[in-house]
Write a protein that binds this ligand. Structure first.
Ligand SMILES: C[S@@+](CC[C@H](N)C(=O)[O-])C[C@H]1O[C@@H](n2cnc3c(N)ncnc32)[C@H](O)[C@@H]1O
Length: 255
């Protein structure tokens, strides 16, 4: 029976075989990888991943899709976790000694930011992440200081990950087609991220980018004095979107 796509679960199923193969090539799965796919849906990526992997874990919220997966796959090779990826404990997935977890998914766009932050908490246990997201979100993730896409998401993720946009995917690759372009992003946790408290960095960055047109001194007034900014290497007259990640980290470490 045909599955009717559920909007509230962000269901846009990938149907373009060329795009699917490009994604799998980008992920480059190997037999023994410890991998989890978020939102397998109708298993377009799942089936291709299982051509290379011995075993794959998946986290899926839609009960009907879980039932289909159970019917179509060998439970020894596809380990299905029914539930919300935002609440899922990714450290519960067994990872062999000396390996790290690989995370992939054509993510439901309505939960992409909170999911990225949920996963950031386990970044040291992760080898890499490959996700399909809205192109505009990927542009914000990888943006460098000085551009209009650079902001809270760029700083909060670049602090922990090396990231690159692999390629753009048009709406026609999906059924039903989403309204916007998508893109594949590769995220690799930095081996030695700068020491910093994520909650403090979030506080600083949220305040700094709350009024993008003001200079940073005015944006963070009440939180930092002009001297604090100078001591952290920040030009008090700079606009927030030109301040590099390291300087935001230096500020967070002064809170
Ligand atoms: C954009 S679709 C991608 C489906 C499939 N991977 C594909 O590429 O065709 C997103 C998938 O995530 C599932 N999903 C939505 N919200 C979720 C959540 N909170 N936790 C886990 N899966 C979720 C949807 O049911 C759907 O299967």
């Amino acid at each position: 029976m045909k599955h009717i796509a559920r909007k509230r679960f962000g269901q846009n199923f990938l149907t373009d075989q060329l795009v699917l193969h490009d994604i799998i090539r980008g992920i480059d799965p190997h037999k023994d990888d410890a991998m989890v796919e978020i939102g397998p849906g109708l298993a377009a990526m799942t089936s291709l991943l299982l051509e290379s992997l011995d075993r794959l874990h998946v986290v899926e919220l839609d009960r009907d899709l879980v039932a289909r997966l159970k019917k179509n796959f060998d439970p020894a090779r596809l380990v299905i976790h029914e539930g919300d990826a935002l609440k899922f404990d990714f450290t519960s997935i067994p990872v062999p000694e000396g390996q790290k977890l690989r995370v992939v998914g054509n993510l439901p766009y309505n939960i992409s930011s909170p999911l990225l932050f949920h996963l950031a908490e386990i970044a040291p246990r992760v080898k890499d992440q490959h996700f399909m997201l809205q192109k505009e979100v990927v542009e914000r993730m990888v943006a460098e200081p000085g551009g209009k896409s650079y902001g809270r998401l760029s700083v909060m993720l670049q602090w922990r990950y090396y990231m690159e946009l692999l390629f753009v995917v048009p709406p026609t690759a999906f059924d039903p087609p989403p309204k916007v372009d998508s893109a594949i992003v590769r995220m690799i946790p930095l081996p030695q991220p700068m020491a910093c408290d994520a909650a403090k960095l979030e506080q600083v960055v949220t305040k700094a980018f709350s009024q993008r047109r003001k200079v940073i001194r005015n944006c963070v007034a009440g939180m930092f004095t002009e001297n604090d900014l100078v001591d952290a290497g920040v030009d008090p007259q700079a606009r927030p979107e030109t301040v590099p990640v390291e300087q935001f980290v230096a500020l967070a470490n002064r809170l």
